[in-house]
Design a protein around this ligand. Structure first.
Ligand SMILES: [Zn+2]
Length: 447
């Protein structure tokens, strides 16, 4: 069995139960899993990755993204709009996407995430123009080699029925459920070492019917897959829920089966104390997207209160139309800074932000048993950060420095023991060629 030895790291941040940080430690990988961690490990014949001068962390986990949006960054009409106006600017552009745009955009977004330390990403694809399918994104993720939790999103209420999206971008609800069954059966892998999982994810309570929300929850439980959507993102979202459903988003979710350990909601900026308590006792997860919340002016999510109540929280960069970057370690920094703006300088430490970015994300995606920490028996999803980078030179605490200073680009990244980034470059794809095909695709969408 092929072995890899990550040797002699300055610091290994394990995120194990005791949150141990090991100086001068090595990690032995066998068959895609961690076989041993500690000082002085040897493995004759193993491939060696020299980690001297580096901090080693669990791979970061991204719990919310719309990878297809990577081709619509910094769109002029969407730069300064609130959520609903922003969506109305972008829908007509997204309606022009073809399957190859989905594929290029997915690889662009995942490549960018990999370089910022991410080993597993979820994705929320909720529109399927011109023959696009969830399959396009799954094949693209497989070629890159990141662990991927695709979700089959959907919109069914178009403009003519009082919804936000144009009618051309919405689907018939029976067809949505049929395709959910198709993609789960074709791609979902329930095994602990799964590289691909599939979840069900109607876009938001304001873009599908109550019946589809309920039916998706029933189908997900029948198939044993997770549920994901947007919830309580901003004040407009709360106002819509109160006027259309006569209740707050948390209550709406609870009534339709959208709480539980197999559910995670993006944003939750406006959850009130009773909703936080509901999420805590039902083990419902939250994808916190700090940069997107800043970019759209949505507010500061009550992450301190959620964590104190026991809510599972992970990080999400969100789609590149509302971030416009996909820098996951940068997102950890932003999460920490926002809690400090809201609650004071001791509200969140750099180490807690790193925990949310790793173990927190793995818990939200239902993978904490096999991912999110570096321990024997866990899968070998590992980020290696070079402390000799300029951004981090002069720091006194190498672990806190990862969040407080940088670097924002990994030196090496391994997923399931396979090297995806080597010496700061993607291994599986040519970064320049990918950027060039994204540039060409974007030019086509602008035309
Ligand atoms: Zn989103």
């Amino acid at each position: 069995m092929a072995q890899i030895l990550i040797r002699n790291a300055d610091r290994v941040v394990t995120m194990d139960g005791a949150r141990r940080e090991l100086a001068g430690a090595s990690i032995l990988i066998e068959g895609g899993a961690i076989a041993a961690i500690g000082p002085g490990l040897t493995a004759p014949g193993a491939e060696v990755i020299d980690a001297s001068g580096c901090v080693v962390t669990p791979g970061l986990v991204n719990t919310h993204h719309h990878l297809y949006q990577s081709l619509t960054r910094a769109v002029p009409g969407g730069q300064d709009a609130l959520l609903f106006g922003w969506l109305k600017t972008l829908y007509p552009i997204w309606a022009r996407y073809r399957p190859e745009d989905m594929q290029i955009s997915t690889q662009l977004g995942l490549g960018e995430l990999a370089l910022s330390g991410c080993t597993m990403s979820s994705d929320h694809l909720y529109l399927y123009p011109n023959g696009s399918r969830l399959d396009d994104t799954i094949h693209a993720a497989r070629a890159l080699g990141l662990r991927f939790h695709a979700t089959r999103g959907a919109m069914s209420i178009g403009e003519s029925k009082g919804g936000l999206p144009p009618d051309s971008l919405v689907e018939d609800e029976a067809a949505i459920l049929d395709d959910c069954i198709r993609v789960v059966d074709a791609f979902h892998d329930p095994s602990p070492q799964a590289m691909t999982r599939v979840g069900l994810a109607p876009c938001s309570p304001f873009s599908v019917s109550r019946e589809l929300m309920r039916d998706a929850a029933l189908l997900a439980r029948d198939k044993g897959v997770m549920l994901h959507t947007h919830l309580a993102e901003n004040v407009e979202d709360i106002a819509y829920s109160l006027s259309q459903f006569g209740c707050r988003p948390g209550q709406y979710a609870e009534e339709l089966g959208w709480t539980g350990a197999d559910v995670w909601h993006a944003h939750c900026v406006k959850l009130d104390p009773s909703e936080i308590s509901l999420f805590a006792h039902t083990r419902t997860g939250v994808a916190h997207c700090p940069c997107s919340n800043c970019r759209l002016g949505s507010g500061i999510a009550p992450v301190r209160a959620m964590r104190d109540a026991g809510v599972k929280v992970g990080l999400g960069v969100d789609g590149s139309a509302s971030n416009d970057a996909g820098d996951l370690i940068g997102e950890a920094r932003q999460a920490m800074l926002l809690q400090r703006v809201a609650n004071g300088a001791d509200a969140m430490s750099a180490r807690e932000a790193l925990e949310i970015a790793t173990l927190g994300g793995a818990s939200v995606l239902g993978r904490a048993a096999e991912l999110g920490s570096l321990e024997p028996g866990k899968r070998a999803d590992i980020a290696i950060w070079d402390l000799r980078a300029l951004q981090v030179a002069g720091s006194w605490d190498p672990v806190a420095a990862l969040v407080l200073c940088g670097p924002h680009r990994v030196r090496h990244l391994l997923v399931e023991g396979r090297q995806i980034v080597r010496d700061g470059q993607l291994v599986t794809l040519d970064e320049r060629a990918l950027a060039e095909s994204a540039r060409r695709a974007t030019a086509r969408l602008m035309a």
